[in-house]
Design a protein around this ligand. Structure first.
Ligand SMILES: [Zn+2]
Length: 74
């Protein structure tokens, strides 16, 4: 069970990845707590690793409180 509450609603790892990616993803790992604060609101930040397609693995960070999110893409 790695579902977490983000922006007031329960999300699965796949849904959290989709929030940052902007489209559906192939697969996602468990959601983890990132050791950082949101640059916008100071809220807790979650991390999730996912595969948007078969050739790419991306780690996304997403604030639990607001709409801020980013990936580790170059
Ligand atoms: Zn935030």
């Amino acid at each position: 069970m790695s579902n977490r509450v983000v922006e007031g609603r329960m999300v699965t790892p796949e849904k959290l990845a989709e929030l940052v990616e902007g489209e559906s993803v192939m697969d996602a790992e468990d959601i983890e707590d990132a050791d950082r604060e949101c640059p916008d609101c100071g809220g807790d930040v979650l991390a999730v690793g996912y595969m948007p397609d078969v050739t790419e693995f991306v780690t996304a960070h997403k604030c639990q409180e607001c709409g801020w999110g980013e990936t580790d893409r170059e």
